[in-house]
Design a protein around this ligand. Structure first.
Ligand code: BTN
Length: 244
C-alpha cells in the first residue's frame, strides 16, 4: 500500500509523529508532519531532540507488497529515499551528504537526519511506521547552514520536499519487487556511504574482529572483509562498533 501524497495531516505540535501514526485509527497510507515534537523518539530507546531552526518531523504508515525483505533492508532504503530527496532539493550537497549506516544522514560529520522504523502486526499483516527527522537549517549548530540559505527555504518548500520524500518512499515497494533493482539500490547506497572502504572494529558472538567494509547484502547487513579474507555480515552497530 503506497503512501498517499494528499492523504496526511500537518500539525503544529505533537508528542511524536511515530506515536501518532501507531494509533489504531490512523489508516495505512497516511502521513503526519509536525512543526514541533515534545516527546520525539530515536533509535535504541533514545529521545530525539532536533537541532536547528528549520526542522522536519515526519512519519508515514504503510504496508509493503514485497515477498521477501528484512527490516534492516527497509531501514537502509528509507535512508536512501531521504538522501535522494535532499539531493534533489539541494543539488549542491550531492557529494557532501552521506549515509551513515544503518540510516543516519550526515553532512561533514554532523547528523542532518535520523530515521526510526517501527513495525506492528495488525489484522494479520505487518504495518510499518517510518519516522524521519531532518534538521534542514540552523544558524548555530548545523553545518547545513553553510550550504542552505534561509531564503531558499521559502513558503511551499517544505511541502514540496515532503511530496518528493513520499515519491521516493513509494519507490521502495517497486525496488523490492526485483532482485536487480535491489542490487542497484544497494550499490548506489554503498557509493554514498560514510563507511565505504572504511576499516571498522566490532564484537560479534563474543569475537572481536576488524575488517574493511565492502558493501551491503540483501538483508541490509554491512559486509565486512576480515584480515583473513573471510566476509562477515553485521546486522547493526552495537556499542562496540567503531571506525578505526
Ligand atoms: C535516530 O536517529 O535515533 C532516529 C530519530 C528519528 C526521529 C524521527 S522525528 C519524526 C519521528 N517521530 C519520532 O518520535 N521519531 C521520528
Amino acid at each position: 500500500m503506497l503512501i498517499g501524497r494528499e492523504y496526511g495531516i500537518q500539525l503544529q505540535t505533537i508528542d511524536s509523529t511515530n506515536t501518532y501514526c501507531k494509533k489504531k485509527e490512523i489508516p495505512e497510507g497516511y502521513w503526519v508532519l509536525a512543526e514541533e515534537q515534545t516527546a520525539g523518539r530515536g533509535r535504541n530507546g533514545k529521545e530525539w531532540l532536533s537541532q536547528g531552526e528549520e526542522k522536519i518531523f515526519f512519519s508515514a504508515k504503510f504496508t509493503l507488497n514485497a515477498a521477501i525483505f528484512s527490516i534492516p533492508l527497509l531501514s537502509l532504503f528509507v535512508g536512501s529515499a531521504v538522501l535522494k530527496t535532499l539531493i534533489e532539493h539541494f543539488p549542491n550537497l550531492n557529494n557532501k551528504l552521506m549515509l551513515k549506516w544503518p540510516n543516519d544522514l550526515c553532512l561533514e560529520n554532523k547528523k542532518v537526519s535520523g530515521i526510526l522504523i517501527e513495525s506492528e502486526y495488525m489484522d494479520a499483516k505487518s504495518i510499518f511506521i517510518a519516522g524521519i527527522g531532518i534538521n534542514l537549517y540552523g544558524k548555530d549548530k548545523l553545518s547545513t547552514s553553510e550550504y542552505v540559505s534561509e531564503t531558499a527555504l521559502g513558503k511551499g518548500f517544505k511541502m514540496n520536499l515532503i511530496y518528493a520524500m513520499i515519491r521516493f518512499l513509494n519507490e521502495i515497494e517497486f525496488i523490492l519487487q526485483d532482485t536487480n533493482s535491489v542490487q542497484k539500490e544497494l550499490d548506489w547506497i554503498y557509493q554514498k556511504s560514510f563507511l565505504q572502504n572504511k576499516k571498522i572494529e566490532t564484537i560479534q558472538n563474543g569475537e572481536k574482529f576488524s575488517g574493511i567494509v565492502i558493501g551491503y547484502d540483501r538483508n541490509g547487513f554491512l559486509i565486512v572483509k576480515k584480515e583473513d579474507g573471510v566476509t562477515v555480515p553485521i546486522m547493526d552497530t552495537g556499542p562496540d562498533f567503531k571506525v578505526v
